[in-house]
Design a protein around this ligand. Sequence first.
Ligand code: NAD
Length: 260
Amino acid sequence: MLDQRVAIVTGSTSGIGQGIAEKLVAQGCHVVLNGFGNPEEIAALRERLAQDSGRRVLYSDADMRRPADIQKMVDWTIAELGVVDILVNNAGIQHTDPIEAFPPAKWDEILAVNLSAAFHTTRLVLPHMKQRGWGRVVNIASVHGLVASVNKCAYVAAKHGLVGFTKVVALETAGTGITCNAVCPGWVLTPLVQQQIDALAEREGLTQEEARRRLLAEKQPAGEFVRIDQVADLVVYLCSDAASAITGAALSIDGGWSAQ
Ligand code: NAD
């Protein structure tokens, strides 16, 4: 369906981003991976995806906190693969603390990775997409782009901002063959959420299983984690021609969290 399209997926060395990259490669895309991690593991991931698919799978170590790195990543993608058809802004970080105790440097970092990076990647790829009359920008926001939780001021502000940014991109690209949408997952069991489970288990003296159940019970009525492959399938759908009329949307995939 997306055969020979070129995609950049930020933060794709782990969790949801890796799942999205895997699905896009399986659909026939050439993909630029990005994110931090063990260089050998990243090389192994890159080689596995390329070998299984026969597609080009590259890796950029661009730090999403740094606009100059983002520029280099996009320029390099164009130099190596010629175009960028699909941009998935997925890289994200979390920190939890009440506002008065929230470290200002963490606020800046979360805003940089979870929000400003999407502005920089998008502003750099849009001219290429416009030239070709086709493009897909998918922003991995969060249910926290729609509703709030305590102790997550920077994350909630950044994700609400990302949903707002998504709408502006949609309006500015309307009628050009480009769509821009936000995906808003509830709890997905990835390293980002595992940190919060570990903290809860330690704070309350719970087992891992008890902490997981407590986390879900607090927010997610379905009582199950959303699976990475379910989020990735939604992204693939948004990239398809079937979704060409969907733009400016913030689609929740959250086991009922935001329905409450
Ligand atoms: P994760 O920690 O497994 O993956 C995060 C990825 O971002 C990693 O590849 C990491 O290396 C990369 N990254 C972090 N800082 C970076 C930087 N400065 N530059 C480049 N890459 C960087 O987390 P995840 O749960 O897979 O999260 C992916 C996205 O999904 C995030 O935007 C997150 O906010 C969002 N999300 C996650 C959940 C959840 O429950 N896990 C729910 C809603 C939204």
